[in-house]
Structures are given as structure tokens and as C-alpha cells.
Design a protein around this ligand. Sequence first.
Ligand code: NA7
Length: 545
Amino acid sequence: TINGDVLELDAIIVGAGFGGSYMLKHLRDDLGMKAKIFEAGSDIGGIWHWNCYPGARVDSDVPVYEFSDPNVWGDWYWTERFPGYKELRAYFEHAEKKMQIRKDTIFDSKVVDAAWDGKVNKWTVRTEKGRVAKAQYLIVATGFAAKRHFPDWPGLDKFEGIMHHPSFWPAEGIDVKGKKVAVVGTGATGVQLSQELAKQIGEDGSLTVFQRTPNLAIPMQQRKLTKEEQDEWKNERQDWYTSRMTTFAGFLFDFQKTPLTFEHTPEQREEFYEKLWQKGGFNFWIATYDDMLKDKAANEEAYKFWAKKTRARIQDPRKRDILAPETAPHAFGTKRPSLEQDYYEQFNKPNVDVIDLKANPVKEVVADGIITEDGTHHKLDVLALATGFDSVTGGMKNMGLKDKNGVDLRERWANGTFTSLGLFCDGFPNMAFLYAAQAPTAFSNGVSTVECQGEYLVKLIKQLREQGVETIEPTHESVEAWRKEVTKEYESTLFPGTSSWYNGGNVPGKPREQLNYLGGMPAYHKNLHQTLPDLPGFETVKSAA
Ligand code: NA7
């Protein structure tokens, strides 16, 4: 495939995380297709290959956060309810034995160009290092966090200490003991990282968290899992993978339809919230009253409970008001709440502080630290930029992906995102993408979305092959209709009022629009499967043969 040779395939998959691995396994083993993955990194695991910053951990509980294939889970045991990155890497190592992903993955191969050749009805894909492959199908499985986002502060390139985006944290780690450390950002990454670094700095080091928006983080309620209890799961486990597709966000818990927030008395409400709080994980977010994300007053009740619980954990009144203000900074749950274990307690240490960037923004970065508008020079040895990603669409717009007329997706989506079913784009024949725009993606358990989409795609491609269909592409009307559907769901919630990576609000200049489908997993599943077998909303061309 190098030095001018072109690799001829049936399908090119981009990315070797959950999505890419699922597609490779099923296209190759179920449909007998010649398929290969191009992966930018040096190993399998997707997000778990990239993220090895201290404290990196999944916020979805196992075992819903795993492949549903009994061949994979049958002899796998987790040690914790929310495993850390090392265990997730070990899980991918285990999955490798069952799925054989590596032998069909070409590593260190970042895709920089993908163009449709209408003469032969194939995609031509090129990587940064000059590998070229051609295939009938292109499956983009780069996820929602493939393009990093950095602050545009003056002088950032002048910093002479150690500086990293957490997804580029060195695998060998950084010794922060006794060092002056800063974490910028309080998303899921920033919270996990700060919670851990605050312990690693020791008594002589310092940690300063630069916060723009408080994360309304909720207790993870982490716990160890025993082999015995996992043996007891065995009989039900397969059913759980079916059940996870019947809930809104692809978990084993769901919003409570009735009674709603104000149908409970204040005492009942308190008891209900407390129960969710003790259950941990995302229960307080997405197993709560069904009106929490739709009704402002209901949302305020949830915030009041959150603030009361959280404020009680922070001793210093100044830090308390920054981390957990009395009035809600945004509607609870309309930005992704992080799961924390003892994040707030870290701020009770004298050498752990938080700076409110809204009140006191960064003026500039200098060789040995950060200077804020109030004139303070924060001297630093280590600067972690946990400032997130050009999420959901950034990765796809950054790989030279062109439509059949040669127009780059970056241009096509410059003013807004247009997809059919959160899987296809008009003008891009035989191309599908997983776990990205206008699908349940960021508001779901990742593996549930990936398997929902993957299972459908495999069925679709099987049918197309059986029917001798050479090209398939969504109609412009179906793309317009899906965008309307996505927007309609979004506008029935409190999400539009909050700026976040869910709606492009985190990256200056990015169009403000809903990037996730909020109709829930069952409706999404139904929308996909009702296109089979008649393919409404698509144009297909059969091969001349
Ligand atoms: P997020 O959730 O996008 O968090 C990024 C954080 O960085 C967030 O607190 C931002 O504040 C902050 N940020 C971004 N740009 C700046 C600038 N310029 N100055 C100061 N602060 C800034 O990314 P994560 O990596 O934490 O998590 C991504 C997802 O991955 C996560 O939700 C999980 O699903 C897995 P803001 O809130 O925008 O004010």
C-alpha cells in the first residue's frame, strides 16, 4: 500500500475504537468483506488509547459500557463499576483476542484526504504518510472527540514549563510532586484530572484550577466489583444489552415519566433525589423526573438539591461560591455533568485553589506561568489544557472528506450540520459515520449508540450487496427532514439556553446548533430500522452487472 501501491478493499474504516472495531468485525466476519481500519494512533482502543492522563476513567457503568458480543463478555471480569483507562485498555486487549482487530488495522495512519471516484464508484482514501486505499464503502468511526480545542490566549506558545492537552498526556506520566500545577477547564476531563493531581502534588506542590464554568458534577459512587457478583450477572447479561436499547440514553436506567417534579411533595422529592444521589453514576441526571431537562422550575429544584449537597462539602466560602454557586450558572444537566469521587474535598486543602475566569480572565501566558487580568502572576511548572474538543463535527471536518463534486465537508458544514439519520450525508455516496453528529452520541452510553448504528449499517450493507446495489446516498429532502427533527427535539428542552459542546457553543465561531439527536435511543433505533428494506429517503443505483 505504500510507494504507489493502492490497497483495493470493499470497505475502509477510519478509527479503531468501539465503532471501528465493531464495523470491522461484522463487515469482515459476517459479510465476508475485505475491510481495513486506518487508525491515527499506534494501537486499538480509540479514546482509551489516547487518554492516559491521571484519573482518566469512563463515566458509564459497566457492564453496559462494553460490546454485547457474548464471545467477548463471556470470560471478562471488571474490577470496578467505573473502570479507569488502564482497565479499559486491558479490555480492548481481551476484545482483540476475540475480534482480531489488529491484523486488519493499519496504525499511525491519519486520514487526510477522502474523495469519491465516480468513474469506478469507489472512495480513494489517503493518509498523512502517503498510503492510498480504494473501497466501495467508507465508514468514518472517529467519534466525537478527534479534534482538540485550545484556548487562544496570547503567549500560550511562550510557556516554558510542561504543557499538555490531557489527551496527549505522556504515557510514562509526569512527576508533579512538589510542583506548581494548573488545570484549565472543568469539563469531564478537567474534573477527573484535578481530582487526581490534587493528590499527586503532595503537601509542597500546588494545584490551581482555572474555571470558566462550574461543572455541576455528581457523585460517581464508585465501587469494586467481585467475580462472584459478575458470575451472577451471567444469566441476565445478554438481556441487558437488549434493555439498554429501550432507554432514552442507552443505559439500564431511564427518566421517570410519572410522577413528575411537582407531582411529588417537597418531602417526596427530597427522598427521590437522595435515592438517585446514592445510586450514583448518571442517575441524578438521566434517571430523574422526565421534566427536569424541559421545565425551568423543575430544573431549578434539581439544582437546589445539587447546590445544597455540594456546597456543604466545600469549607472556604470563596471557593464554594465559585465551584457551586447558590444560583444555577446554567440549567442543570444541559452541560455534561462530570462524575466525581472527592473532587470538591480537594479544594479544602490549602494548596488547591480555583480561579473564576469569568470574573478574572487570563491576560496572557508567559514563560513561567499565567497572568490574570487582576495582575496576579500564577507561577507554574505544569500546565494542563483540559479545554476539550471541537466536538462532534470537528474530527470529520478535519480529514479532507469531499463530496462527489469535490467540495470539502468543512465547506458543506460551514454554516450548519446536515445529515440523514445522524449516519449519512447527501452528496457522499456509500459513506457512513458513527457516533457523531445528529445521533444520540453525546447524550448516550457510547457503546449503545455505536452498536445501534453498527447493527443497522451491517444489515443495510448486507441488503445492498444482496440486491446488487452499487451506490446509495440519502436524498437532500431526507437530510433536511432529519435536521428539522433534531432541531424540534432540541427546542423542546432547556438545552438551547446553555452554551456547550453539545451545541457548538464551546468553540469560537462554530455554528450554534444542536449536534445530538435528543429523541432517545428507542426512537432513534426505530427511525433507522424503518428504512429497511424499502430504503425511503435514499437514492440507489444498481450495478450494471
Ligand atoms: P469539555 O467538556 O468541552 O470541557 C472543556 C473545559 O474547558 C470547559 O470547562 C470549558 O469551559 C473550558 N474551556 C474551553 N476553552 C476555554 C478557554 N479558552 N478558556 C478557559 N476555559 C476554557 O471537554 P472535556 O475534555 O472535559 O470532555 C469532553 C467529553 O469527553 C466529556 O463530556 C465526556 O463525554 C468525554 P466552558 O464550560 O466552555 O465555559
